[in-house]
Design a protein around this ligand. Structure first.
Ligand code: NAD
Length: 263
């Protein structure tokens, strides 16, 4: 017997990712969009998506769903996680630029419900994390590791959440804590590059959906591992897969590798 479709609440349905999630859900049997919630000043409020009227009533939306998908802003992610905690509602969270308070709200939700959190829901980037970790481990900190990320001009946070995941994967390959070796952009007289530093440069412009390159500079040779997203549909499909997977799991925080069976 096949499992019933997971009932999904989409946050921010008028946003870039919210729209992509709703489009990707059409024609999928494992998920059904049952609620769509946006901010009071969102352009699509009151209109219909996937037979749903977009409202601001998050409490009713959580009641009508098994899991919510969140690609919004850190403040919204924090507020909705606190509400979802009172209902032990499962969550799939893709918002990036999260601070300590936002992470604490997610951790509190994960005590009572299963929560998938990923700064990138694409299969390719999640595979890339394993590749860069392997490369960093094999090459060691003698090979200078740098990350370059490029995104559209509307992106608010920098470095991207994906660049941070890549940085952490390289640091794990070097057996060091990322925060002790990271260098987010350089400006002014920063001195020569210390051995083991992991630099991240952020480029913003146009409508680039997301590009990440990890560069390993060796003596007279260089390795570059690049991922380029050319459609938000890959993130949306990954988030929907995570939503169908997470319903019914024990409380806890999961990543995309767990969803993909690669953990
Ligand atoms: P966007 O600005 O186009 O959309 C954000 C949406 O959230 C808007 O519709 C906004 O009205 C809505 N929103 C804000 N507060 C809300 C609230 N309290 N309740 C409900 N809705 C609310 O942004 P975007 O490009 O779709 O990106 C959103 C987030 O997702 C960013 O943090 C981005 O970095 C991240 N992102 C993650 C992935 C991934 O794979 N994890 C991929 C792409 C983008």
């Amino acid at each position: 017997m096949t499992a019933p479709a997971a009932r999904v609440c989409v946050l921010g349905p008028s946003g870039r990712m919210g729209r992509a999630v709703i489009e990707a859900a059409a024609g999928r049997s494992e998920v059904r969009i049952t609620a769509a919630v946006d901010r009071a000043d969102a352009p699509g409020l009151g209109t219909r998506v996937a037979d749903m009227v977009i409202t601001t009533d998050i409490a009713a939306a959580l009641e009508a769903s098994d899991v919510y998908i969140d690609f919004t802003s850190p403040a919204a992610t924090r507020a909705v996680a606190a509400l979802a905690r009172t209902r032990s509602r499962a969550a799939v969270i893709g918002t990036t630029g999260l601070g300590a308070e936002d992470e604490a709200a997610i951790a509190a939700l994960a005590e009572v419900a299963p929560v998938v959190v990923a700064a990138n829901f694409s299969l390719g980037v999640n595979l890339m994390l394993g590749l860069v970790r392997t490369a960093a481990r094999a090459l060691g900190p003698e090979w200078d590791a740098e990350i370059v990320e490029t995104h559209h001009r509307a992106k608010r946070d920098a470095p991207s959440g994906t660049a941070l995941m890549i940085g952490r994967a390289i640091a794990a390959g070097h057996d060091v804590a990322y925060d002790t070796v990271k260098r987010h952009t350089r400006d002014g007289d920063v001195g020569a590059r210390p051995r083991g530093e992991i630099g991240v440069a952020s480029v913003r412009g146009g409508d680039v959906i997301g590009e990440h390159t990890a560069v390993f500079f060796g003596p007279a040779e260089r390795i570059e591992i690049t991922h380029r997203a050319s459609s938000r549909a890959i993130f949306a499909a990954g988030a929907l897969r995570a939503a169908a997977w997470v319903v019914g799991k024990p409380p806890g925080r999961y990543d995309m590798l767990a969803v993909l069976g690669l953990a």
